[in-house]
Design a protein around this ligand. Structure first.
Ligand SMILES: [Zn+2]
Length: 372
């Protein structure tokens, strides 16, 4: 247990101890094999045993579960009653993943996130107003994006919280006008403002300020934290450089104080962009890029499906999760920011055809399995 805590909460999240990671990974796979019969069967059909992961280069051998498979099959390694926190994916394609966390995974996840935020200088004792460009917490909703945005609003004491999506008796309603009014009001207080949430809502707010010719000079300790929908930038004519220019012009916040995060409901770890704009991989996870057809692991620089590996969650076998995002992987030194671990560059969603191909390959390899 001690080794597990050290792996996830080391002071520098990017200093990796390969031996400790592989030890924990094998132990973690064994745990899920013992506690989740469907997962055990899946690994057996792939003729995989944890002992096959002897070196770093073997991590790709762990059979991945696709996010699509996890949306259709709820795999548990603990009784439902032990799950203290539930989070669902946003389900832009109609189906959602329901992820459950037991007490130890939840506490470890919180400690891990706090370490990562502290490393990137995001924890402050200076009280701030929060503009949350996402969902207001509600008892009716388990959205992971809502919980992570709300969680991030604890990293500096909150003077106020205003939400772009307000919870009402009839569900969520957009509150863009309320956000703008709140911003104009709190800008006069001279306390820092922290913007957290979806890039699309943030872009909308910036356009509103542009339309009205508003140029605020917010407290220099203000920050922008964006995640959970960065892809929307690529579909809009809105580059990162344009975003940085607009943030400086309309809010007075320099680009060094804009932070981008990457996460997935089925892989609840936060990846934070470095000073050069790259998502480096922390000590407690690995990224494999797989060919969209053969699922073989690809070399640095080659584009394929983004597959995350981490021994964080004990309640569900989310050891190796293949997303439907395309990405490339690069050697850490090529970034130049000082962080030595490799980094990945997300390239957007893979086409439906690629995903179906992947699912077909997985079904072929492991057989179709449903339920526990
Ligand atoms: Zn870097």
């Amino acid at each position: 247990m001690h080794q597990r805590i050290t792996l996830f909460t080391g002071k520098n999240p990017y200093v990796a101890d390969e031996g400790v990671f592989l030890d924990e990974l094998r132990r973690h796979v064994r745990f899920h094999v013992e506690h989740c019969s469907v997962y055990a069967l899946l690994l057996k059909k792939s003729s995989f045993t944890p002992e096959q992961v002897a070196r770093e280069e073997d991590v790709h051998r762990i059979p991945p579960l696709t996010t699509l498979y996890l949306k259709r099959n709820r795999l548990l390694s603990m009784p439902e009653r032990k799950l203290l926190l539930q989070a669902t994916s946003s389900g832009t394609r109609g189906s959602v993943s329901r992820i459950g966390f037991d007490c130890s995974s939840m506490l470890l996840g919180l400690a891990m996130a706090a370490r990562m935020f502290a490393y990137h200088g995001l924890i402050s004792l200076r009280p701030a107003h929060y503009i949350i460009l996402g969902y207001e917490p509600s008892k009716q909703s388990d959205l992971g994006a809502m919980k992570s945005a709300y969680g991030a609003s604890w990293f500096a004491p909150a003077l106020s919280r205003t939400y772009a999506l307000k919870s009402t008796k009839n569900g969520y309603v957009e509150n863009q006008a309320g956000v703008k009014n709140a911003l104009l009001r709190i800008a006069k207080s001279n306390a820092p403002v922290r913007f957290i949430g979806f890039p699309a809502y943030f872009a909308f707010l910036l356009r509103e300020l542009e339309k009205d010719g508003i140029a605020l000079a917010l407290n220099p300790h203000s920050r922008v934290l964006l995640g959970g929908g960065w892809k929307q930038f690529t579909s809009e004519a809105f580059t990162l450089e344009q975003l940085q220019t607009m943030v400086k012009r309309h809010l007075g916040i320099p680009k060094e104080r804009i932070h981008e995060f990457f996460s997935a409901a089925e892989h609840p770890l936060a990846y934070c962009k470095c000073s050069r704009g790259h998502f480096h991989i922390p000590a407690y996870s690995r990224v494999i890029i797989r060919d969209t057809h053969s699922l073989e692991s690809l070399a640095f620089g080659e584009a394929g499906l983004l597959n995350f590996v981490s021994p964080l969650v004990k309640s569900m076998p989310l050891v190796s999760v293949m997303t439907d995002d395309l990405a490339t992987l690069h050697e850490g030194e090529t970034c130049g920011c000082g962080i030595q671990t490799p980094y990945f560059v997300p390239l957007g969603r893979a086409g439906v055809r690629s995903i179906q191909t992947c699912s077909a390959v997985i079904a072929e390899r492991g057989g179709e399995m449903r339920g526990k």
